[in-house]
Ligand binder design. Structure first.
Ligand code: NAP
Ligand code: ZN
Ligand code: ZN
Length: 375
């Protein structure tokens, strides 16, 4: 069923400074922690002077979408529309938009706005904003067209209105569907690899070969590291090597794990479930660091202090990446021709996709073809 909106036509796509709206938009989301995702109608604000209105073509499926839709992290407000790996075409811009043009392919990730004043924002690391920070879904939206404070609705939808400062350019030459997962899986792995200075000659471990993990393998390899992939799934060994891992270790095999003791400069843990961290901390060499990006529903068992104080090891965490760094990552991926390995699904298959994600059966990111929601 087509939805009528007040989107400007291509010819007159620069919208007036004073916004009108709201824009009625089709979406897919959940109405409770146990309900399957289904059709919803939401409202987007008509673009203000600095806004970009985007027709969403593709949206990647992150495990965070599942954690949130099912209230695994608590605090989900329903209805909940997940999705923070959006790629689409600009269909209208506000009068003061300088950075983007109608027809351009752009991306939107996990953030829609931030306070722009705090320490994190001033450093260009808006993901660490002291607040208010507007995440792409399940986050209070001060700019909601009718009821400010309503939660944001994510990319499982046909269009979105975003401040130009939080819109990313997708490098030419990257397939738009396969580039969508860069907006979360790409930046969430690039940022810590970059922050901890991964470079040629270093030994880097990536734990888990899912959406984040497979991007971590590709990016760490492109940074020049010797990449070792840890997996619980023996059937992923061949793929891991094809994706760029020099070595693959089945993490359930203690002898294979011990063979790498005290040898890693850096380990990136992307696992979506709680597990034993000591098994990896003991693999770090002197001054090595392990960074957690996986955000399981239940806590990991506390690691042994002695594994940290001996060899001065670091255990850290990292959240997505700032807007400047996200653009830097996209340009890096453009240069190295890195995209995600994807399986395209229609919106209506999202519930099956979530079930497969829970069985570690993702090769290696589902991407929703949003045309399936526009019919
Ligand atoms: P995913 O595609 O489902 O991949 C997770 C992988 O973890 C699986 O493929 C599996 O890899 C491994 N795994 C799952 N259960 C396991 C278990 N019980 N023990 C050991 N390994 C297990 O998920 P994703 O989208 O990559 O997201 C991963 C995690 O990162 C999620 O918790 C997500 O919320 C979080 N995340 C965090 C950020 C951030 O900013 N920090 C951003 C995005 C996502 P193998 O089959 O290879 O073992
Ligand atoms: Zn994500
Ligand atoms: Zn801030």
């Amino acid at each position: 069923m087509p939805v009528k909106t007040k989107v400007a036509s291509r010819k007159s796509a620069r919208v007036p400074a004073s916004p009108t709206g709201p824009l009625v938009t089709r979406a897919y989301g959940s109405t409770s922690a146990t309900a399957p995702l289904g059709d919803l109608t939401i409202e987007r604000r008509a673009p203000g002077p600095k806004d970009v209105l985007i027709d969403i073509q593709y949206c990647g499926v992150c495990h965070s979408d599942l954690h949130t839709a099912r209230n695994e992290w608590k605090g989900t407000v329903y209805p909940c529309v997940p999705g923070h790996e959006m790629v689409g075409k600009v269909i209208a811009v506000g009068a003061k938009v300088k950075k983007f043009k109608v027809g351009q392919t752009v991306g939107v990730g996990c953030m829609l706005d931030s306070c722009r004043k705090c320490h994190g924002c001033k450093k260009g690391e808006e993901q660490y904003c002291d607040g208010p920070c507007t995440f792409s879904y399940n986050s209070p939206d001060p700019k909601h067209p009718t009821t400010p404070g309503t939660m944001t609705y994510g990319g499982y939808s046909t269009q979105i209105t975003v401040d130009q400062d939080f819109v990313l350019s997708i490098p030419k030459g990257l397939d738009p569907a396969a580039a969508a997962p860069l907006l979360c899986a790409g930046i969430t792995t690039y940022s810590p690899l970059h922050h901890w200075g991964v470079k040629k000659g270093q030994k880097v471990g990536i734990v888990g070969l899912g959406g984040l993990g497979h991007m971590g393998v590709k990016i760490a390899r492109a940074m020049g590291a010797h990449v070792v992939l840890f997996t619980t799934s023996p059937n992923k060994v061949k793929d891991a090597k094809r994706l760029g891992a020099h070595e693959v270790v089945i993490s359930k095999d203690p002898a294979a794990m011990n063979a790498h003791a005290n040898s890693f400069d850096f380990i990136l843990d992307t696992v979506s479930a709680n597990h034993d961290l000591d098994a990896y901390l003991t693999l770090l060499k002197l001054d090595g660091a392990m960074c957690l990006v996986g955000a399981p529903e239940h806590p990991h068992p506390s690691p042994t202090v002695f594994n940290l104080i001996f060899k001065r090891r670091t255990l850290a965490g990292s959240l997505i990446g700032g807007i400047r760094e996200t653009q830097e990552m996209l340009n890096f991926c453009g240069k190295h021709k890195i995209v995600s390995d994807i399986e395209i699904i229609p919106m209506q298959k999202i519930n099956q996709a979530y079930e497969r994600m829970l069985k570690n059966d993702v090769k290696y990111r589902f991407v929703i073809d949003m045309a399936s929601l526009k019919r």
